[in-house]
Write a protein that binds this ligand. Structure first.
Ligand SMILES: [Zn+2]
Length: 310
């Protein structure tokens, strides 16, 4: 019980820590087989996240698009899972992986980049490239994985606001709407399939991890999500960072949930309440069915820090 809660807290702090804190004694190989590939629709597959805590935690959800010109992979989980992902991909297509898109910098979404061929075209938002290129960083940022010879696994194809890749039924639209989870979050849309990978801008049904060290912002998070809700059209299904594929309406609900957290935090901050008092008065989780509150306090703490700096 105690160990579980410690892991839960670590995970709430940023997903990260399970792989680097020494609390995860087993190697990824020992944790197999949590990876399985499932066909979501037509040429799009999903390699799910595995369990959220403990040795079965492999990282974020991975989307796999089998295109005419090769396989596109969105997010590469923690380090050590590249071979397992390649095996799953090979079970559905003989085509090589030709492109990897990283939704953001975190080590549970970029960890296995160096385990794919260097011939792959690596794609990410320009701020994610900058975060991964930092000279030093905490483990969650994952810049250490791209030093020296591994610099060739850094994103070289980047974008600012929007960019389209490939064409026809294989077209992929990338969008960025401003700071949120980090300062480099990409929404990856497969228009022909009406499916989107939202990365950790929709991580789970709980408060998000706000990575202020990488330019994330709880004050901006709901507005950034609102821009995504308004600006992205014709999507039915959303792949979240760490939750099973869900409806577009759930994504819209996540925007409202985050707006409620921010509004509650701002009111409590103005009234001089502590973070604990703010959490107690929030009551937001009860309002949203199926939501958890494990990460609300961390989010409120980050928002308070941000409000205090204004
Ligand atoms: Zn993340």
């Amino acid at each position: 019980m105690k160990r579980l809660s410690v892991l839960a807290i670590l995970f709430g702090m940023g997903a990260v820590s399970a792989s680097t804190s020494g609390l995860q004694p087993q190697s990824p190989a020992a944790a197999k087989p949590v990876l399985a590939i499932q066909q979501l629709k037509d040429n799009l597959y999903l390699i799910e996240t595995g369990s959220l805590v403990g040795p079965g935690f492999a990282g974020g959800n991975t989307a796999v698009l089998v295109t005419d010109s090769g396989v596109v992979v969105v997010d590469t989980k923690l380090a050590g899972w590249g071979q397992a992902m390649l095996e799953q991909i090979r079970s559905v297509t003989p085509k090589p992986v030709t492109m990897i898109i990283n939704t953001h910098t975190h080590n549970d979404h970029t960890g296995s980049n160096p385990e794919f061929p260097a011939s792959v075209e690596f794609v990410a938002h320009e701020n994610t490239k900058a975060n991964l290129s930092k000279s030093t960083c905490p483990p969650v940022t994952n810049c250490q994985a791209f030093k020296g010879g591994n610099a060739k696994f850094l994103p070289r194809t980047t974008f600012t606001d929007t960019r389209s890749l490939l064409s026809g039924k294989d077209r992929i639209d990338l969008h960025h709407f401003g700071p949120g989870h980090t300062n480099g979050d990409a929404f990856v849309v497969f228009p022909a399939l009406r499916i989107m990978h939202a990365g950790d801008m929709f991580p789970w049904k709980d408060a998000p991890f706000l990575d202020r060290g990488n330019g994330g912002s709880g004050v901006t998070f709901p507005a950034t999500l609102a821009k995504a809700v308004a600006g992205i059209k014709n999507v039915d299904t959303v792949i979240g960072g760490h939750l099973p594929p869900t409806a577009w309406s759930d994504f819209e609900e996540y925007q409202r949930f985050n707006q409620d957290i921010l509004t509650g935090a701002q009111q409590a901050f103005k009234a001089g309440k502590s973070v604990d008092e703010a959490e107690a008065s929030l009551g937001v989780v009860q309002k949203y069915k199926g939501y958890e509150s494990r990460r609300v306090k961390n989010a409120l703490t980050a928002i308070y820090e941000e409000l205090g700096q204004k």
